[in-house]
Design a protein around this ligand. Structure first.
Ligand code: HEM
Length: 342
């Protein structure tokens, strides 16, 4: 009976056949190591973010009067609201952390090298869009920390040379942080940026599949994408879920005092993923500091093309990347610690 139903169904919707045939491809054996197969991790966390985010939009009110109250209600009133909000907050921090690890992996192994430069370029734009998604979300609870956090970060953006002014007006919807700013950040956070990231992730994975994985010395054999790699990714997803659920239970979300534009709290600080940039522009003379930030991100975006340029001139980029990568990670960690330790 079941076999007859399956036969009837697969004759009319041959999903099983076409789907596996479509995703099937030989995967190099080095992808058996988690270090090489981390790319799926930020994707799984993004899906967790989208699911918990949609659930919270059923209660969130994007107005200065309603925002704080609705997040307080989600945290202390709505059944399992604290858990949904907790999973959301943990997932965004873990997504940025796993993105950094994924980038370090592809940087150290030069997984972007010719003809894979666009894998990196699209990836780099995903990273910047994820930071924008995190910042817009950070501003929505409208308590003192998130309100002044959004003032500090939009201020920082506003001082960037060339693009600063328009970026500030785009984010604030005017010169000051007002109810328009909150509505704009809410629309970016719940509509524009998630759609942009979904499109970019699809383009990123598609180009990795079309161009193929960068060769890794000593990795000879291959294994099928389905079932090996698919089941491995499923195991990673379950592992991540257990970590996120436990962290949400151990560090349940809180909410501080309601936002008060007249009272600047003494502990104003940007979220950890902006701490290094914030510290950098507070210790280096302003113009030089801001120009340094823009230069860093410009080099970050085009790095694979610089790699091809120097490789053609005989540079040993594998070694260069170890030095550059270690320097960048050390600078990021050092500045972040300096900022967080205060
Ligand atoms: C949500 C964000 C991202 C997702 C879902 C994602 C997903 C993936 C996946 C599934 C792969 C296949 C190999 C692997 O698992 O490592 C991959 C490879 C790659 N990714 Fe990402 N990635 C993301 C962000 C980034 C970022 C931010 C960068 C760099 C700035 C980047 C650069 C690359 C490169 C260069 C490769 C090719 C590696 C190779 O061929 O060995 N990705 N990505």
């Amino acid at each position: 009976m079941v076999a007859r139903i399956r036969e009837w169904a697969s004759e009319r919707v041959p999903l099983r056949l076409s789907l596996i045939d479509y995703i099937q491809e030989p995967v190099p054996d080095h992808m058996n190591k988690f270090w090489y197969a981390m790319g799926a991790t930020p994707l799984i966390l993004f899906l967790l973010l989208a699911t918990t985010g949609i659930l919270m939009t059923f209660y969130y009110v994007p107005t200065p009067e309603g925002a704080y109250e609705s997040v307080r209600n989600i945290t202390y009133g709505v059944y399992l609201g604290w858990f949904i909000r907790g999973v959301h907050k943990i997932s965004v921090n873990l997504m940025i952390f796993t993105l950094l690890l994924h980038m370090i992996r592809v940087f150290v192994t030069r997984g972007y090298r010719r003809p894979g430069e666009f894998k990196w370029l699209i990836g780099a734009v995903i990273f910047l869009t994820t930071l924008a998604l995190a910042f817009t979300g950070y501003s929505l609870p409208y308590d003192q920390v998130s309100y002044w956090g959004s003032v500090v970060v939009t201020n920082m953006m506003g001082q960037l040379p060339v693009i600063g002014k328009s970026l500030l007006l785009l984010l604030r919807g005017g010169e000051e942080v007002t109810e328009v700013t909150l509505l704009r950040l809410y629309d970016m956070h719940t509509k524009l940026l998630p759609l942009v990231i979904l499109g970019l992730i699809a383009a990123h994975i598609l180009i990795v599949r079309i161009v193929g994985f960068a060769k890794v010395e000593g990795s000879g054999g291959e294994h099928p994408f389905y079932p090996d790699h698919v089941f491995k990714t499923a195991a990673i997803a379950i592992g991540l879920l257990i970590i996120v659920v436990n962290l949400a239970a151990i560090f349940p979300p809180m909410i501080g005092q309601p936002a008060n534009p007249q009272e600047v709290p003494n502990n104003v600080a940007p979220p950890w993923y902006f701490a290094a940039i914030y510290k950098w522009i507070t210790i280096v003379p302003r113009e030089a500091g801001l120009f340094g930030v823009l230069l860093f991100f410009a080099l970050f975006l085009i790095y694979p093309f610089l790699d091809s340029l120097f490789t053609e001139r005989g540079a040993r980029m594998g070694r260069v990347n170890i030095v550059v990568g270690t320097g960048a990670v050390a600078a990021f960690a050092g500045l972040t610690l300096l900022q967080v330790m205060g």
